[in-house]
Design a protein around this ligand. Structure first.
Ligand SMILES: Cc1ncc(C[n+]2csc(CCOP(=O)(O)OP(=O)(O)O)c2C)c(N)n1
Ligand SMILES: [Mg+2]
Length: 599
């Protein structure tokens, strides 16, 4: 087969060097691609169709590979997250020493590590996936990145242009359809020479609001083609201001409100508006709720005005907001619901204002009036337009019972276990949360008090949290930050992209995985109650040895049963030079999926 291809390539390929590109051998090191040896350049060949002015690559001429790496360098895209195959090796050949390749062992991990890294550095990030196969594996976390609004420039190798028509092994068929609708743009350049400009366009689209992933499929034989010269580097906006007339109208309605409530969402933290959000809330003297299922914290959760996360269901959410005449939602959809619990969208007599940067979120709101714009710019305007509310006195928050039982339960409840951890909590720790049924306990035991400190996922697709934590820890390491990353990951959730532990171990990253081990999909049992669906199979997870699995990936792992053991392990993890998985057996608890709100 290889021989036949070689003969065919040598005889008929226009614009091809005498060395054929072979891709049927996929093991690393066995691929052979044109000019892959340092310094070797293929000899000039025939002119290519559509490129009548240039002969093929000549000695010393800038290639698409050269021009693209130069562009990536100038855009600061020098950390590349990937998992590679034969279709990506021509891109990765002679990998420059000022770039870093972060290998993930499965594409779900690759994409989420990049997402975490991008969020923690506030910069777009380049991801390189293996054709359609790798894109498929990465798809759940591409969906999550889209909903997280993380700017990822995803490139994927494609089979050799000359063969695509006959669909050889690993062709990315309908390459621009596969990642949709979870990318903002998907493209395969029509000419090799368009690769750098396509990446530039991808970067511009990814970065502009609402930011999100984009996808460029690149045939493997493009890299050695002669470039059209240096790539053009452009800059674009990453935020836009709200319409001044409309924000004045919103301010007027806020001024007239007798009892407003604020609902803060993830865009506040993302746009660097944490301080502006606090200032506006204090000026308005209104209670602040976290938007349901927010993927970033956006207000200090120990602040006297903080009232917790809104329920994730229609009826309970509107009941929680009873008594308010104006609900002001900033930086979130209206609303991110999960189970269907019928009710009014808003309490009687209430109106809603939404300020959000994504027209899709404004369009999808079931109620209320929307204003498009960056949340930081909007909040800064509102601080000017809405005077300090001296009249309003805020009712005290309802008391939450934080007492723990003595003696403790055996096994511990999640709350008891997390309370033990929080005794040693470093002030600067970054929290990642993908612990489905214990999310509220995580947030209650570990309130977020400063910006860029709480990360979760916007989509509900499991398998994002653990690798995102690895990406955030890598960002800390690369930027010289010394903040430890503590990731609460369900025993079920960890399995979806457990191989990220390998990347964390190889790089000795300061990330501590806390795994509440209930040997079940507890939240789905709560759903079964709510939806009245008894006898569903597949809700128990007996027989997982998570400590051994962690060790298998080169990561320290420990099983802890008591508060003392938990604290000892957590203390050791905080001073360790590398990641650790702390598995904590926790009690099964019968809890309602959405706590009832009295009428
Ligand atoms: C990719 C993906 N597959 C399946 C699900 C469905 N799902 C939602 S929650 C859940 C269980 C989570 O279990 P675990 O992480 O152990 O948390 P627990 O509910 O036990 O707290 C599952 C399987 C999902 N959300 N995402
Ligand atoms: Mg579980």
């Amino acid at each position: 087969m290889a021989k036949a291809k070689k003969a065919k390539n040598e005889k008929t390929a226009p614009g091809r060097s005498e060395k054929p590109i072979t891709t049927e051998v996929s093991e690393a090191g066995r691929d052979r691609s044109v000019g892959s040896q340092p310094g070797s350049r293929p000899a000039p060949a025939h002119q290519r169709v559509g490129d009548v002015t240039k002969s093929n690559q000549t000695e010393g001429q800038m290639t698409v590979h050269d021009a693209t790496y130069d562009l990536l360098r100038r855009l600061g895209l020098t950390t590349i997250f990937g998992n590679l195959g034969s279709t990506e090796q021509p891109f990765l050949k002679n990998f420059p020493s000022d770039f870093e390749y972060v290998l993930g062992l499965q594409e779900a991990s690759v994409v989420a590590m990049a997402d975490g890294f991008s969020q923690a550095t506030n910069k777009p990030v380049l991801v390189n996936l293996h054709s359609g196969a790798g894109t498929g594996n990465g798809m759940c976390n591409i969906m999550t990145a889209y909903q997280n609004k993380t700017a990822l420039i995803i490139t994927a190798g494609q089979q050799t242009r000359e063969m695509i028509l006959c669909e050889p092994y690993l062709t990315n068929r309908d390459e621009t359809t596969l990642p949709r609708p979870w990318v903002k743009w998907a493209y395969q350049p029509v000419r090799a020479q368009d690769v750098p400009a396509a990446i530039m366009r991808a970067y511009a689209i990814a970065l502009q609001p609402p930011s999100g992933p984009v996808y460029v499929s690149i045939p493997l034989d493009d890299w050695d083609q002669p470039a059209d010269g240096d790539a053009v580097v452009r800059t674009v906006s990453s935020r836009y201001a709200p319409d001044p007339e409309r924000i004045s109208l919103f301010a007027e309605r806020i001024r007239k409100s007798k009892n407003p409530a604020l609902v803060y969402g993830q865009e506040i933290d993302r746009s660097g508006a944490w301080d502006a959000g606090v200032k506006f809330a204090e000026q308005l003297q209104a209670p602040v709720f976290l938007a349901p299922l927010a993927d970033r914290a956006s207000f200090p959760e120990t602040h006297p005005q903080f009232r917790g996360m809104l329920p994730m269901a229609i009826g309970p959410l509107s009941k929680t907001l009873r008594g308010h005449d104006l609900i002001i939602v900033i930086g979130a959809p209206v609303f991110r619901y999960y189970p269907y619990l019928a009710g009014d969208y808003l309490p009687a007599g209430a109106e809603l204002l939404q300020i959000v940067s994504d027209p899709a979120d404004a369009g999808a709101a079931a109620v209320g009036d929307s204003l498009l714009g960056d949340t930081k710019l909007a909040l800064e305007s509102l601080i000017q337009l809405v005077p300090k509310n001296k009249a309003q006195s805020l009712p005290a928050p309802s008391q939450v019972d934080n007492k723990l039982p003595s003696p403790p339960n055996d096994p511990l409840t999640a709350r008891e276990a997390f309370a033990a951890l929080s005794e040693l909590r470093p002030e600067n720790a970054i929290l990642v949360n993908e612990s489905a049924s214990n999310s509220e306990d995580v947030m209650r035991s570990w309130p977020t008090v400063q910006p860029e400190s709480y990360f979760s996922f916007a989509s509900g697709g499991l398998g994002w949290g653990a690798p995102a934590a690895v990406g955030i820890a890598l960002a800390q390491k690369k930027t010289g930050g010394r903040r430890p990353v503590v990731a609460f990951i369900g025993d079920g959730a960890l399995q979806y992209s457990i191989q990220c532990l390998y990347s964390a171990a190889q790089r000795k990253l300061k990330v501590i995985f806390i795994v509440p081990w209930n040997e079940e999909y507890a939240i789905l049992k709560e759903f079964a109650e709510l939806e009245n669906t008894p006898n569903v199979p597949g809700l128990d997870l007996p027989g997982l040895d998570i400590v051994s699995a962690a060790k298998g990936f080169g990561c320290a792992g420990v099983l802890t049963r008591t508060k003392e053991e938990i604290k000892e392990a957590f203390g050791a993890a905080l001073s360790a030079d590398g990641p650790m998985v702390i598995v904590i057996p926790i009690a099964h608890e019968d809890r309602p999926l959405v706590p009832p709100i009295s009428d």
